[in-house]
Every structure is written in structure tokens, then in C-alpha cells.
Write a protein of this length. Structure first.
Length: 302
């Protein structure tokens, strides 16, 4: 008869380990895995929240002050979608457990976020407004994607892609270290990292389309407010010229009414934005060129 090998003996000894011992060993590893999963999900949530809030909360405040209608839509929709995308990218990276795949997942999220940034003011927001006011359909134009806007999307993808890919590259290491860290500062390190990266990414994102639409809204609202405040007073000709005060002469009878501003036609090639204004049921439009109002006029209901 052959003598059992040492390896066979070790294997049999392994199978003789009592069940309650193996259960205890498995149970000991479960909290660690659960902690890593929690850190992973928080990594994605914090990344999405940081990017969306830094991208749209400022816009919401400025738009509200400028009487832009439904100024909260980009913030609410943008935050929900961004958090979903970044959390999904973080979760897939955790499941794949490979940094290279993590880069790919986060790059995919960057592409979708870039599309979201462009689509929110031009496509998503107008359609959501119709849920609250179906009558706006006659006033809000469609905004097709021309070559300029497609170029913005491409630029945005490469700009955001760098920061998102950086998150995908380091996520596994940062989350693993944070989940097993002994000090509070070390446990917060993954979140401090993603907050910093997403803040930088949001600065680049704001230059895609938000700045180009914010300036016409603010300039038009400031012009109307200045014209309203200047009624019955002599205005210095230089100040009047700089404020383009003559451009609202045709709608002077509407200036004292409550107003809401909407995005009209948008020509990205020539920097032309038409701002639609609802003066308590009476509509007007102001054409701006590179953020400067040049002409306003009443418009009739179609």
C-alpha cells in the first residue's frame, strides 16, 4: 500500500476543520467586504453630487435672480442623472476589480455626462417644461445639434474624460485603503480625492454651454430692470448706450409687468441667442449677440 503524501494529509486535515470554525472565518471577512462595497457606493455618490452641485447650483441661483423660468430643472435633473452615472461607474469598477476596466467605465460615464450638459438646456429642459405648461409648445423652439454643438460634445468628452478616467484608475486603491484605514483622516481620503477631481471637472464643464446661455439671460434681465428703474428719469446718454437702453423702446409698455424668461432660438455659430419673455401673458423676444441685447419686440400668439 502507498503511503499518503504530505499534501494529501494536509488536504484531509483541512476538511476535518469543524464547520463552526470555517463559518467564523467566513463571517469575519464579510464586514470587510461590506465596508468596501459601502465605500465604493459612497465614492460614486460623492463624485456625482460634487460634480452636479458645483455645475448647476450656481446656475440655479443666477437664473432665479434673472427671472428665468424653471431654473431648478437643470439642478434637479442633472444631480439625479450624474449621481446615477457615477455610482454605476463605481459599482461596475468594483465588480470588475480591474483598474483598466474602471477607466473604461468612468470614460463611458464622462461621455454621458457631457451629453447631459449639452442636452439639458437645449432639449431636456424645454420638454420637461411642457409637462407643467403644455401651452409653451407654441413658444419653445427645437434645438437641433449642428456641427458646433457636436464639437462642444467632443471637447467636453476629452476634458471631462481625463478627470473621470483618473477617478477610475485610482478608485480601487483609494477605496481599499480607506475601507481598512485606522484613522478618520485616512478613511476620508477617497472622498477628498473625488471631491477635488470633480470640482476641477465641473469648472471645465461650465465652459461648454452654461456660460454661453447664462450671459444673454442675465444681460436681458438687467436691461429690463434698468429700463424699469429709469422710467421718468433722465439717463446719461453714455450709460444708455452701454446698457443698450434703446433696444427695449418697443416693449416699454410691458416693463412693469411680472416677467419670466425662456430660451428661444440659439445659433451657436454666430453667438446669437433669442430670449423669450412672458410678461404676464403678453410675450416679447429680445435678440442678443454674444451676450449683448440688440433688439426687443413684442411677438403675437401664433
Amino acid at each position: 500500500m502507498s503511503t499518503p503524501s504530505t499534501q494529501d494529509q494536509v488536504n484531509r486535515d483541512h476538511f476535518r476543520v469543524p464547520e463552526w470554525v470555517r463559518s467564523r472565518e467566513a463571517a469575519a471577512s464579510r464586514p470587510t467586504n461590506a465596508r468596501v462595497r459601502t465605500y465604493t457606493l459612497l465614492f460614486g455618490v460623492v463624485s456625482g453630487l460634487t460634480f452636479s452641485l458645483s455645475s448647476w447650483i450656481y446656475e440655479a441661483v443666477i437664473y432665479s435672480q434673472a427671472h428665468v423660468a424653471y431654473a431648478w430643472i437643470p439642478l434637479v435633473v442633472g444631480t439625479a442623472v450624474c449621481v446615477l452615472l457615477t455610482t454605476l461607474a463605481a459599482g461596475l469598477t468594483y465588480l470588475a476589480n480591474k483598474a483598466l476596466l474602471g477607466i473604461i467605465f468612468w470614460l463611458m460615464a464622462a461621455g454621458l455626462v457631457t451629453e447631459l450638459i449639452i442636452a439639458l438646456p437645449l432639449r431636456i429642459e424645454p420638454r420637461l417644461m411642457l409637462l407643467f405648461e403644455p401651452g409653451l409648445r407654441a413658444w419653445l423652439p427645437a434645438h437641433p445639434y449642428n456641427d458646433t454643438i457636436k464639437t462642444w460634445i467632443l471637447i467636453g468628452f476629452f476634458s471631462l474624460g481625463f478627470f473621470f478616467a483618473f477617478s477610475g484608475l485610482l478608485q480601487l486603491v483609494l477605496v481599499e485603503q480607506g475601507a481598512h484605514a485606522a484613522t478618520p483622516a485616512s478613511r476620508l481620503a477617497p472622498y477628498l480625492f473625488c471631491i477635488t477631481v470633480m470640482l476641477l471637472a465641473s469648472v471645465l464643464a461650465g465652459n461648454l454651454v452654461n456660460n454661453q446661455l447664462r450671459t444673454p439671460f442675465v444681460a436681458t434681465n438687467n436691461l429690463i430692470q434698468f429700463a424699469q428703474d429709469s422710467q421718468g428719469r433722465n439717463v446719461d446718454p453714455t450709460v444708455a448706450r452701454n446698457m443698450h437702453l434703446s433696444s427695449v423702446n418697443t416693449i416699454s409698455s410691458l416693463l412693469n409687468r411680472p416677467r419670466r424668461l425662456f430660451l428661444g432660438r440659439f445659433n451657436a455659430v454666430y453667438g446669437q441667442v433669442e430670449v423669450l419673455i412672458d410678461f404676464a401673458g403678453t410675450w416679447a423676444s429680445c435678440t442678443t449677440i454674444y451676450g449683448e441685447p440688440v433688439f426687443c419686440q413684442p411677438i403675437s400668439s401664433p
